[in-house]
Design a protein around this ligand. Structure first.
Ligand code: S3P
Length: 169
């Protein structure tokens, strides 16, 4: 099986993904890391030098490269859902999609605390519009949803594990 974590920027996909993979003895992959490795530069640098369109092309290639993987937890970039080809690739080979849903208020607080630079979260009102639009897509593509507001990382991971209990070691 492969577990694909989707959700808005700052929803905890990477932190949850690392812990979930550890508990399931699965590999862990972060698509932002793979995009960054493919371009040999950071995500903000890709946006700055080559623009969002190029970044999205790289994201499609990364999703394609993960089609055949199994026993893996994949944390995706928040925009992976805007191209349904990416979701098609990622869900090949028994992919199960888990949406980590958080309120925009919670997300804003988390993003403000993180050192990560996010090209699409520079203006809060622009990010809110993106959040409202994307929320529908995340829900549409998910097999399961965990509402993470008021939950600790450990609680989210435990809840995710109960969803995939059959594979727990
Ligand atoms: C993006 C989310 C980012 C990263 C890029 C674009 C988006 O990943 O892929 O900055 O479009 O929502 P995170 O969701 O891990 O922050």
């Amino acid at each position: 099986m492969k577990i694909i974590l989707i959700g808005f920027m700052g929803s905890g996909k990477t932190s949850v993904g690392i812990q979930l993979a550890k508990n399931l003895a699965y590999d862990f992959v972060d698509t932002d890391d793979l995009v960054s490795q493919a371009a040999n530069m950071s995500i903000p640098m890709i946006f700055e030098r080559h623009g969002e369109t190029h970044f999205r092309e790289l994201e499609i290639e990364v999703a394609r490269s993960l089609r055949k993987r199994s026993n893996v937890v994949i944390a995706t970039g928040g925009g992976m859902v805007i191209n349904n080809l990416c979701i098609q690739y990622l869900t090949e080979n028994k992919g199960r999609v888990l949406y980590l849903e958080s309120s925009f208020r919670e997300i804003s607080e988390r993003v403000a605390k993180q050192a990560v630079e996010r090209p699409l979260f520079k203006d809060s009102s622009v990010a809110l519009k993106l959040y409202e639009f994307r929320k529908q897509l995340y829900r549409q593509y998910s097999d399961n949803i965990i509402y993470t507001d008021e939950m600790t990382l450990g609680e989210v991971v435990s809840k995710a594990l109960t969803l995939y209990e059959v594979h727990k070691i």
